[in-house]
Design a protein around this ligand. Structure first.
Ligand code: NDP
Length: 228
């Protein structure tokens, strides 16, 4: 068993739950977060022989984020996975964008995860990694259309992630990865999505563990670089 440690924010279901399980298989101790009780996450923790511990955290509640960071010694964390995200009601056409919806989605998907990552950065060790779950739909090059609020929230997250790297993480040799998980069969991705959680998560962990220097990249689960 290695002595690596990770925090996964938003691990109650879907990709985040997959990260918690796969990280344990790869020898990590994991702090995995939920907002309300997730039976699936508790079952994974029960089966993990103590490798998964569960914390309560909502990325929009900085007190809960701070308490999460306080569970780890400064400079000891190998990996922070900021997975929490929402799609919001679709289809989000340009002519029906409402202030409240914009604020909710951009805060939950962009501002709050970046502020959370910044708050937890002191706990990350030199050479560690912040993995931000973004989406190819946040690439300006992507032409899939629709979901305008979701898309702009992920574009904003990518910009914030670059600033997080340049202004805060780089000096501490902490890398930032903006990860596209693929189109994944989850509550958010829906049943018609192309890949399952295991394929997505094991690919993203290969990308994370294969990162050899502190930089900021936009990469898909299969290792391909994505245009900003
Ligand atoms: P799910 O909807 O299945 O799960 C979302 C997770 O985020 C849940 O654990 C949820 O917790 C948590 N979450 C939502 N809001 C908050 C919050 N305010 N604070 C803390 N946790 C929160 O989504 P996926 O697993 O599919 O997606 C995970 C990430 O991957 C997201 O960032 C998403 O945008 C991204 N992504 C997914 C794709 C896909 O095809 N599935 C494609 C591209 C990107 P709770 O159970 O409490 O709601």
């Amino acid at each position: 068993m290695s002595d690596k440690t990770a925090i996964v924010v938003g691990a109650s279901r879907g990709i985040g739950l997959g990260f918690a399980k796969h990280l344990v298989e790869r020898g990590y101790k994991v702090i995995a977060t939920e907002r309300s009780r997730s039976d699936d996450l508790h079952a994974a923790a029960d089966a993990s022989d103590g490798a998964i511990t569960i914390a309560n955290c909502d990325v929009t509640d900085m007190a809960s984020v701070k308490a999460l960071g306080d569970r780890v010694e400064k400079g000891t964390l190998d990996l922070l996975v900021m997975n929490a995200g929402i799609m919001g009601e679709r289809p989000q056409p340009l002519d029906a964008l409402a202030h409240d919806n914009v604020a909710d989605i951009v805060h939950t998907n962009a501002t709050a995860p970046i502020q959370s990552a910044l708050a937890i950065l002191p706990q990350i060790k030199e050479g560690g990694t912040i993995a931000m779950l973004t989406s190819k739909m946040g690439s300006i090059d992507d032409s899939s259309g629709g979901a305008n609020l979701y898309r702009v929230s992920k574009t904003a997250q990518n910009i914030f992630a670059r600033s997080l790297f340049e202004e805060h993480a780089k000096d501490r040799s902490v890398g930032v990865l903006s990860l596209h998980p693929g189109w994944v069969q989850t509550d958010l991705g829906g049943p018609n999505a192309l890949i399952d959680v295991d394929t997505s998560v094991s690919g993203m962990l290969d990308v994370i563990e294969g990162q050899s220097k502190a930089e900021h990249r936009f990469v898909a689960y299969d290792g391909s670089e994505i245009a900003w």
